[in-house]
Structure formats: structure tokens, C-alpha cells
Design a protein around this ligand. Structure first.
Ligand code: FES
Length: 140
């Protein structure tokens, strides 16, 4: 049911934890399963130099957040904003259909963390137009 990559990132998740005085922090949840994901970003210039996560959720959510941190670390904000849950699933080698929403949480948590950074620094990213972590569509 789960790929080796999913199992690997679930049993040995990368970049777990918090960043003190993070430049951006995003928290999203899914009301149906009750899972919660938090992403912390350290940003220098427009580069995400460090990222950590805490996920209170299922194994697919842990694996999705873990691999997402690897996908955006060292990347520009624009590149991180372009990360889709489909790319997260591809990087994991696939997720069962009922677990697709877990990867959506990872995409949303990154966007929420970047939005937090943007709000703190009076920046506007057009990719985040209309994105509101408090009013997410939880029907994925
Ligand atoms: Fe909801 Fe995985 S079951 S995040």
C-alpha cells in the first residue's frame, strides 16, 4: 500500500522540529481527520535556508511534510510557492487515493508559512492571492 519512500520518511522523518524565531510559520489542519501540520521557515534574501516541521497526524502526513522540507530547502521562495501536492506525491513514489489530502496539507503548510513571512515583512506574493490558511477547502 505504501512505497518504500513513504515508509522511509515516516519512520525516519527529515527536518523534524521547530525553528526559534522563524521568519515564517504556517499551521494548517484537516477537519475531517483532525491532523495538523506546522512548517517553520528560516529565510535569507529570498532563499529558504532552513525548514523544520511538526506534524500531528498520520504517516502519510508525516512523510509528505518530511519530503516537502527536502524539496524546498535551499530553494527560492518562488520555487517553494510553486511546489504542488502532486509533486510531493511524485517524490514519495505515490500515495493511496484516500491519502492524497495529506500531501495537500504539506503544500498548504508551506504556503501558510510563506504568507506569514510575507505579512511580517510587508511583502506580497501574487502566487498567494486568495490564499487564506483559515479558510481552506478541506474537502480534498
Ligand atoms: Fe488526514 Fe493523513 S489522514 S492528513
Amino acid at each position: 500500500m505504501y512505497t518504500n519512500t513513504v515508509m522511509d520518511h515516516f519512520t525516519n522523518p527529515r527536518n523534524v522540529g521547530e525553528i526559534e524565531n522563524a521568519d515564517g510559520m504556517g499551521e494548517v489542519g484537516n477537519v475531517k481527520c483532525g491532523d495538523i501540520m506546522r512548517m517553520y521557515l528560516k529565510i535569507e534574501g529570498d532563499i529558504i535556508v532552513d525548514v523544520k516541521f511538526k506534524t500531528f497526524g498520520c504517516g502519510s502526513a508525516v512523510a509528505s511534510s518530511s519530503i516537502s522540507t527536502e524539496l524546498i530547502k535551499g530553494k527560492t521562495i518562488k520555487e517553494a510557492l510553486a511546489l504542488t501536492n502532486r509533486e510531493v506525491i511524485t517524490a514519495l513514489g505515490g500515495l493511496p487515493p484516500v491519502k492524497v489530502h495529506c500531501s495537500v496539507l504539506a503544500e498548504q503548510a508551506i504556503k501558510a508559512a510563506i504568507l506569514d513571512y510575507a505579512n511580517k515583512n510587508n511583502l506580497v506574493f501574487e502566487e498567494l492571492a486568495g490564499f487564506n490558511p483559515d479558510e481552506l477547502d478541506h474537502e480534498h
